[in-house]
Design a protein around this ligand. Sequence first.
Ligand SMILES: [Fe+2]
Length: 207
Amino acid sequence: MLARQIVVSNPDGLVRDQDPLVLADIMQEPVRVALWDRPSPVGPEVVALACRQRLAIRSWLNADALAPALQELLPDPAYGPLREDLALLADMTTCLFGVEGVGVRVTALTKPMCPRFHVDRIPVRLLCTYGGPGSEWLPAPSVPEGLLVPGSCQEGRVEAAAIQRLEPGQVAFFKGENWDDQPGKGVVHRSPPVASGGERLLVTLDV
Ligand SMILES: [Fe+2]
């Protein structure tokens, strides 16, 4: 089998493609963000329902029982497309990393947040926002020194043009601080500001 040709947008560490195989590139050393560019498979009516119901799920999915677990977590028939996509993403993630399961969070948000740039102290996380603005992240060269110091003011310290934002439906792996024991290499990111009344449905999978 031919190896995929990796084209890393250095120094961002970003790989991006409409082919889902791009997600496997997160295993490569220069890559810090692997992004599968696709339209959202979950419609706005599902996002609206999740927001009305204030959906907030935090659970564990076993690779060998994804469908029944998701049926139990999201029994409403209207969540069919969400269940199907979660099963796909969880299957891809567990296969890629050779793990027995993943931690899942499904969160509906309708209120403005107070976003602060940070890194996650985990090896890697999959993110997908089905509706509303997606997660925002910074290429390493655009992270001002001291930005992540606890309690420091981040306001006005980051150039707006440097902020990358995931679009609805896009799937991304973000490397965290615990990937390969290389502190300081985690992707700096934040939740996007959500306008009052705006609707956002976020899914994360943790390996
Ligand atoms: Fe985070």
